[in-house]
Design a binder for this molecule. Structure first.
Ligand SMILES: [Zn+2]
Ligand SMILES: [Zn+2]
Length: 332
């Protein structure tokens, strides 16, 4: 497939809702982050009337439907309803999501297992194109999002993973929280339509920041989002960049790990070759294990920041992901 990789952020707030930056300040920050595209998703409000381009940066119209039942991003078209939204249950959510899709929008389940504002309704049957597996600075809730998503893939559901920084302001001193994480899409061009199509079709890789690791996964020339037929000698290859000591690259064919490599020192590029034997999917992930002192500090931070609004503080994960790809689908 022709096309190029474009670096972006699917989930950003401005003063149009509860963000700290005005739209022009957000755009300046996105350019400083060398992003190719951003989606502005204020709570229950469209801060921009229409998607547009500004000196190479594509600014896509969006809105985050924000109700007690859960949060959903609506990209590329307006919500065909006026807030305050009355979305008390699963049926009402499915209904409005379907209406948005019929209006041409791309629809994403946001931070589904967030301990503070995750979904309060069942989500398995909601008509979503995408799911935000990685929301904001990495933490244990995202591991639960990933587990749910992988389970959906195993059932054969083509639901695309994305990352979104959910940027409101730089809360952590000296840390630029925009594009943390970054969603890197393989699209035909950097138009709003092409970027949204690539997001829907799972032609993306999610990574911690624009300048960190990238994973280039391919199976017989096919990229994430593509489908290839299974054959007796089907081979895949993967190039993972900027592995820090301790980072582990893992490649899965469904449940089976078909390749793994733990970096002992900094590796600018690590190349992997592997065989595929099962119909289903192939995906790659870079993980970081939390050594027990780090886990302790991390756990303390999580119980401070995540616990106040939920009954049981989430259990801190032993391992967090640093980057991951959407799947290449393997057809029988
Ligand atoms: Zn939200
Ligand atoms: Zn948000």
């Amino acid at each position: 497939m022709s096309g190029k990789w474009y670096w972006g952020d699917t989930h950003l707030h401005t003063t149009g809702s509860d963000g700290a930056l005005r739209l022009y300040e957000l755009i300046a920050k996105a350019k400083k982050n060398s992003l190719d595209w951003i989606i502005v998703t204020d709570h229950n409000f469209n801060s921009i009337e229409k998607s547009y381009s500004s000196e190479g940066l594509t600014v896509i119209q969006g809105q985050e439907i924000t109700v007690e039942a859960g949060h959903v991003n609506i990209w590329g078209a307006k919500v065909p309803a006026e807030p305050p939204y009355d979305i008390p249950d699963e049926k009402a959510y499915a209904d409005i999501m379907e209406k948005c899709r019929n209006a041409g929008a791309t629809v994403c389940l946001n931070h589904p297992f967030c301990s503070q504002c995750g979904f309060r309704i069942p989500i398995d049957n909601l008509p979503a194109d995408c799911v935000e597996v990685w929301n904001t600075i990495q933490h244990s809730d995202n591991v639960r999002n990933l587990n749910w998503w992988v389970n959906q893939l195993k059932q054969g559901r083509h639901i695309a993973a994305v990352g979104g920084s959910d940027f409101h302001r730089d809360q952590v001193k000296r840390v630029d929280m925009m594009a943390m994480p970054t969603t890197v899409t393989h699209a035909e061009s950097n138009t709003p339509e092409a970027i949204l199509k690539a997001l829907r079709e799972g032609r993306s890789v999610i990574t911690c920041k624009p300048e960190t690791s990238m994973i280039y996964l391919s199976v017989d020339g096919a990229l994430p989002g593509d489908t290839v037929p299974l054959s007796a000698s089907l081979k895949g290859s993967c190039k993972a960049t900027k592995l820090l000591p301790g980072f582990e690259l893992k490649i899965f064919n469904n449940d089976s790990m078909v390749y793994s490599h733990k970096a002992k020192f900094f590796e600018k590029v690590h190349t992997a070759e592997f065989s595929i034997t099962q119909p289903g999917f192939v995906r790659a992930e870079i993980d970081v294990k939390l050594a027990s002192p780090v886990k302790k500090i991390f756990g303390a931070a999580e119980s401070k920041y995540l616990a106040p609004r939920c009954e049981t503080p989430p259990e801190t994960a032993d391992e967090l992901f640093w980057a991951f790809t959407n799947p290449v689908w393997i057809e029988e």
